[in-house]
Design a protein around this ligand. Structure first.
Ligand code: KIV
Ligand code: ZN
Length: 498
C-alpha cells in the first residue's frame, strides 16, 4: 500500500507574489476551480490581512470551492489570525497557516529577539489559531538556514501547542538536496511528538534546486509538498507542482501516491500562464512546449519505433492530446471549442464567437493554427472593445536608410487623438507617439517578442511590463504584425493603470 503525499498548492499566495502577475478575484476563482479539478488537497488562497483584495479573494474562493482545504496565511500576530479566521468563515474545510522566522538571521535582524522568545511567540500564535480552527499549520520561516537542534525544539513546541502540520521552508532556496533531506530526517528522528503532525516541504528555486530539495524532503519523511503551477513565485519561483507530481508518479519504487488527476496538468498550466501573463519557458519540464518534442533524427526514429526509447512519460498522462489535428480555415466552431476546452478554456457562446472570428482572420493568413496560436487568440479576445484606451489606427514607415516614423491614433474615452513620432525602430517610434498621447508617465521595464510556432506567417506574441508610480503592469497581445502586437500589448498594460 502506497503512502499519501498531500499536495498543497500556493499558486494563489506565494505564486501570486510575483510583481505584475496579480489576479483579480474572478480570475483567482477560476484558478481555484481548476486546482480543485486537478485534485490538489489544499489551496492556499491568500494572506487576508495583507490587503482587502486578498481578504475578499479568500472569502470568494472559500465559497466557490468545496473539496480541497482552503488555507489562509498569517504572521504570528493575533490581528492576522483574527482576519484570516474571518476570511475563512465560508470554507467547508479550513486551515490557518501561521509562523515566524526561526533562523538566527531572522531572529536577530527581523525580530530583534532571541530564540526563547521566538518559541514563545510561535506557541502563542498556534494556540490562538486553534481557538478558530482545528487544522493549524505552522511555518518556521527560513528553516533552511535554521540550526537543526533549535528547529527541532520549535517544531516540538508548536506540535505540543496543537499544530497539525509543520512546514519547513527553505525560504531563500539555499539548501542542497542532501542537506534539506537530512533536516527532515533529523526532525523525524529527534522530535518526540512528530507522529502527531505532517511534515511539509516548502522550497524556493533560487539555486535551481527547489524540486530536488522537495523530493529529498519527501524521501526523508515529509508527507506534504507546497508547490505552485509552473513553479511560479517570487524571484526564481517555488517548487513546481507538475514536476513533483510526475516524479512521484513515474518513480513507483518510492511507494508514494498523490491525489492529482495528472491529465489536467497541462490545461491548468496553460490557464495559469495565460491569466498571469507569464509565458512557460519552452524547455520547462513536463509543461514546456518542447518537453515532449523530439527534434533530432535519431530520437524521432527511436520514438517512432517505441516511445519508451526516449520518453519516460507518455504526454497523454499530463493531458497533452497528441491526436489533435491542427485547425485550419475550414474548422468549425465545434472543433475550435473542443480544442480550447482541452487547453483549459471554457468559453460562453459570445466569447466563442469572438475568438472564432479572430481565428478565421488568422487562418486566412496562416495555414495551420496550433495550440499556441489559439492561446494568443483567447488572451487577446477579452473584450478589447470595452477598454478605456483603444487603438484606432497605426501606420509605420521603416526600412534600410529610412528614419522610422509611426503615426498612431488612439481612442481615449471616446475621443480620437493622433500623433506622429520618430524612433530608433518602428516599435520605438510607435511607443514614442503613444507616450505623447496618454497622460500616464510610464517606464518600459520589459519587452519580449516571441514567435509562437515557426514560419514567417507566424503570430508574434508580445509581453510588456511597464512601471507607473512604483507599480508594475503587464500587457500582452499577439498578431501576425509584430509592431501592431507591440502597440496592442502596450495599450493593454496602460488600460490596467487606474
Ligand atoms: O518561503 C516561505 O518561507 C514562505 C512562508 C511564508 C511559508 O512562503
Ligand atoms: Zn515561500
Amino acid at each position: 500500500m502506497s503512502e499519501r503525499l498531500f499536495i498543497f498548492d500556493t499558486t494563489l499566495r506565494d505564486g501570486e507574489q510575483v510583481p505584475g502577475c496579480q489576479l483579480n478575484t474572478v480570475e483567482k476563482i477560476e484558478v481555484a476551480k481548476a486546482l480543485e479539478l486537478l485534485g490538489v488537497d489544499i489551496i492556499e488562497a491568500g494572506f487576508p490581512v495583507s490587503s482587502p483584495g486578498d481578504f475578499q479573494s479568500v472569502v470568494e474562493i472559500s465559497k466557490a470551492v468545496s473539496k480541497p482545504i482552503i488555507c489562509a496565511l498569517t504572521r504570528s500576530v493575533e490581528k492576522d489570525i483574527d482576519v484570516a479566521a474571518e476570511a475563512l468563515k465560508f470554507a467547508k474545510n479550513k486551515r490557518i497557516h501561521t509562523g515566524i522566522g526561526t533562523s538566527d538571521v531572522h531572529i536577530r535582524y527581523k525580530f530583534n529577539s532571541n530564540r526563547e522568545e521566538i518559541i514563545e511567540r510561535a506557541v502563542r500564535a498556534v494556540k490562538y489559531a486553534k481557538k478558530y480552527v482545528e487544522d493549524v499549520e505552522f511555518y518556521a520561516e527560513d528553516a533552511g538556514r535554521t540550526d537543526n537542534e533549535y528547529l527541532a525544539k520549535v517544531v516540538e513546541a508548536v506540535i505540543a501547542a496543537g499544530a497539525t502540520v509543520v512546514n519547513i521552508p527553505d525560504t531563500t532556496g539555499y539548501c542542497l538536496p542532501e542537506e534539506y533531506g537530512a533536516k527532515i530526517r533529523y526532525l523525524v528522528e529527534n522530535v518526540k511528538n512528530i507522529h502527531k503532525a505532517v511534515i511539509s516541504t516548502h522550497c524556493h528555486n533560487d539555486l535551481g534546486m527547489a524540486t530536488a530539495n522537495t523530493v529529498s524532503g519527501i524521501i526523508n519523511g515529509a508527507r506534504q509538498a507546497e508547490v505552485t503551477i509552473n513553479g511560479i513565485g517570487e524571484r526564481a519561483g517555488n517548487t513546481s507542482l507538475e514536476e513533483v507530481v510526475m516524479i512521484i508518479k513515474s518513480r513507483k519504487h518510492l511507494g508514494i501516491d498523490t491525489g492529482i488527476n495528472t491529465r489536467n496538468i497541462f490545461k491548468t498550466s496553460r490557464l495559469v500562464s495565460s491569466l498571469m501573463n507569464m509565458p512557460v519557458q519552452p524547455n520547462k519540464a513536463i509543461v514546456g512546449r518542447n518537453a515532449f518534442a523530439h527534434s533530432s533524427g535519431i530520437h524521432q526514429d527511436g520514438v517512432l519505433k517505441n516511445r519508451e526509447n526516449y520518453e519516460i512519460i507518455d504526454p497523454v498522462e499530463v493531458g497533452i492530446d497528441e491526436s489533435s489535428i491542427a485547425l485550419t480555415a475550414r474548422s468549425g466552431r465545434a472543433a475550435l471549442k473542443h480544442r480550447l476546452s482541452i487547453l483549459g478554456y471554457e468559453l460562453n457562446q459570445e466569447q466563442l464567437d469572438e475568438v472564432y472570428n479572430k481565428f478565421l482572420e488568422l487562418a486566412d493568413k496562416k495555414k495551420d493554427i496550433k495550440d499556441d496560436d489559439l492561446e494568443v487568440l483567447v488572451g487577446i479576445s477579452e473584450n478589447r472593445d470595452k477598454k478605456r484606451i483603444k487603438l484606432e489606427h497605426l501606420q509605420v514607415l521603416c526600412g534600410a536608410s529610412t528614419i522610422p516614423v509611426a503615426t498612431v491614433s488612439l481612442n481615449i474615452e471616446g475621443e480620437t487623438v493622433t500623433r506622429t513620432s520618430a524612433g530608433t525602430g518602428p516599435v520605438d517610434a510607435a511607443f514614442n507617439a503613444i507616450k505623447e498621447l496618454v497622460h500616464h508617465k510610464f517606464k518600459l521595464e520589459e519587452y519580449l517578442v516571441q514567435a509562437i510556432t515557426r514560419g514567417s506567417d507566424d503570430l508574434g506574441k508580445v509581453h510588456i511590463q511597464i512601471e507607473n508610480r512604483g507599480k508594475y503592469y503587464y500587457g500582452f497581445s499577439g498578431n501576425t504584425d509584430i509592431v501592431t502586437a507591440s502597440v496592442e500589448a502596450l495599450i493593454d498594460a496602460l488600460n490596467k493603470i487606474v
